[in-house]
Design a protein around this ligand. Structure first.
Ligand SMILES: [Zn+2]
Ligand SMILES: [Zn+2]
Length: 312
């Protein structure tokens, strides 16, 4: 029988009572199973952390000695047990090392997606699903109005001009994906990378996922007008260059509100859109769907009474 309180939110985050551990806790805890290294899923100061090797590497880069007391590094599909709950990771396709977390208890399978996407991405392992009784999914873009555009077409918009581009993006995941996409779709453009992003590129390289050709940012290069450079910067730097002249300001994101006030929109998301969430539900074929991170109401309306959708 599905335990309705198998996963519950408390002040520290999403808690598994049967195994006395947390999934992506928001506060440091004794036992944390962490889906991926984005800061809203991976906090510092946990005692024991179970995660993939890239997730541990990114957390150590960001948090240094406070990353965790002990890391238990697991490959995808490698089973482990915490207090009787059998656990393994499946690729989530979101960033390098991102994992869905399969939890089995009393013969019931609960699959927590973490953040996931289905769009192809050369800089991480493609998402893989397995059947489960309960699917616990993010609903960041779970709205029938949301459909991410074709990636190649979006990237080719950058070829319509030869201006230098200031390209804002999140440092971990999006930046590496962008280098790979720029290499593929805008081969005549040279990619310059902000110094704060370079160590993450190096980590991707050392973990076997080189993002592609790029060079460290050099002020002189960027001052040459019309050479078609793309200068990849994190959001803080992007926002501080608000009055930059003679460059096009573009921010790569799936969010419409982050496209406003820029010189061109570039829709590139690392989250599933509406159709991708429906596809994931079909593949997992759950008896119940529990939703978090976003709005589960559209799924409730869509499935009506054909499938139990519970908003956590
Ligand atoms: Zn994420
Ligand atoms: Zn997230």
């Amino acid at each position: 029988m599905i335990a309705p309180d198998f996963l519950v939110f408390n002040t520290n985050g999403l808690y598994c009572r049967a195994g006395d551990f947390y999934l992506d806790p928001q506060q440091p805890v004794q036992r944390a199973v962490i889906s991926h290294a984005h800061a809203d899923h991976a906090v510092s100061g946990n005692q024991q952390v179970w995660c993939t090797r890239p997730t541990a590497a990114f957390m150590e880069h960001r948090y240094k000695k406070n990353a965790a007391s002990t890391f238990h590094i697991k490959s995808y599909r490698e089973q482990f047990t915490i207090n009787g709950v059998i656990i393994y990771f499946l690729p989530a396709g979101h960033i390098l090392g991102s994992a869905q977390i399969m939890l089995q208890h009393n013969g019931i399978r609960y699959l927590y997606t973490g953040d996931f996407k289905l769009q192809p991405d050369d800089t991480c392992e493609p998402a893989a699903f397995e059947p489960a009784d309960v699917l616990i999914t993010e609903t960041t873009f779970a709205d029938p109005q949301t459909s991410h555009p074709d990636v190649a077409q979006e990237m080719q918009k950058l070829n319509q001009h030869s201006h230098n581009i200031l390209l804002g993006a999140y440092s971990l995941g999006k930046s590496q994906r962008l280098v790979s996409l720029l290499n593929t779709h805008c081969p005549q453009r040279q990619v310059l990378v902000h110094h704060s992003i370079l160590p993450l590129h190096k980590l991707y390289e050392s973990l076997g996922y080189p993002p592609g050709q790029y060079q460290p940012y050099n002020r002189k290069l960027m001052k040459e007008p019309g050479r078609g450079y793309v200068y990849l910067v994190p959001p803080v730097t992007f926002n501080s260059y608000f009055k930059a002249k003679s460059v096009m300001r573009i921010f790569a994101s799936g969010w419409e509100h982050l496209q406003k006030q820029n010189d061109m929109a570039l829709y590139l998301s690392d989250h599933a859109d509406w159709n991708d969430i429906l596809k994931a539900i079909t593949e997992v074929s759950p008896k119940e769907v529990w939703t978090l991170h976003g709005d589960g109401r559209f799924l409730q309306q869509h499935f009506n009474s054909r499938l139990t959708i519970k908003i956590l």
